[in-house]
Design a protein around this ligand. Structure first.
Ligand SMILES: NC(=O)c1ccc[n+]([C@@H]2O[C@H](COP(=O)([O-])OP(=O)(O)OC[C@H]3O[C@@H](n4cnc5c(N)ncnc54)[C@H](OP(=O)(O)O)[C@@H]3O)[C@@H](O)[C@H]2O)c1
Length: 210
């Protein structure tokens, strides 16, 4: 990847997390200057970030908690863009809702103060699936890929989906694509952009039923 011409500073919240670590890696490869927020920069679990290519020169880890507005403000001020991925990942709504809702509001307010312009798409979930259901759908649509269809927790009953509802979005008139269609279109788009190899055996006559 070619480096960006003018260094642009991007904040990535929850930088040590699974998704954020990939974002940090890819942004560093593209030449961006990164401020990654973590709850504790001295925690060894964030060491992998410091080993990324370009990290020495262009990655700063900032201590921030989603419920501490000032800490987020300090991390975001002076940034041109923000990827907000920090969130407790748990099935317990009590642990998740407060940091997710208040934390996201804090990030949005701090970003607005820093004059970060929102851009891109808004993705709203149509339904919540167990990871096993996601791979089953993908394996059916794209049998030519080596998609695992067994989960390590398959001997136990599957965890139930979150009890959250998207009814408010539907009441606002939002029409949501089915998850099956979204997954199908995501893979097709990744193929078209050259991120996934197109297998010669693949046929395009798959019908999507909700
Ligand atoms: N991974 C997936 O396949 C997937 C798919 C769809 C959606 N998502 C969503 O994407 C987001 C990130 O997922 P992930 O898989 O990357 O999760 P993850 O690896 O658990 O990362 C979440 C990060 O958020 C940080 N965090 C949690 N609570 C925080 C708080 N109060 N203040 C500051 N940071 C906090 C965590 O830090 P600590 O580790 O220090 O707690 C961690 O670094 C989540 O909202 C998840 O629901 C993920």
């Amino acid at each position: 990847m070619s480096p960006v011409s003018t260094p642009t500073t991007i904040c990535v919240t929850g930088a040590g997390g699974f998704i954020a670590s990939w974002i940090v890696k890819l942004l560093l490869e593209k030449g961006y200057v990164i401020r990654g927020t973590v709850k504790n920069p001295d925690d060894a679990k964030n060491n992998h970030l410091r080993e990324l290519e370009g990290a020495k020169e262009r990655l700063t880890l900032c201590k921030a908690d989603l419920l501490d507005f000032e800490s987020l403000r300090e991390a975001i001020i002076g940034c041109d863009g923000v990827f907000h991925t920090a969130s407790p990942v748990t099935d317990d709504p009590e642990q998740m809702v407060e940091p997710a809702v208040t934390g996201t509001r804090n990030v949005i307010v701090a970003s607005a103060e820093a004059k970060v312009k929102p851009s891109g798409r808004y993705l709203c979930t149509e339904s919540v699936l167990h990871r096993g259901e996601v791979v089953e759908i993908l394996a059916k649509f794209f049998p030519e890929y080596p998609i695992p269809t067994k989960c390590k927790d398959e001997t136990k009953p599957r965890a139930k989906p979150y009890i959250f509802s998207n009814q408010k979005l539907k009441d606002l008139g939002l029409e949501l694509k089915t998850v099956k269609q979204s997954l199908y279109e995501t893979v097709k788009s990744l193929q078209e952009k050259g991120h996934l190899p197109v297998q010669p055996t693949q046929t395009d006559d798959i019908r999507i039923r909700s």
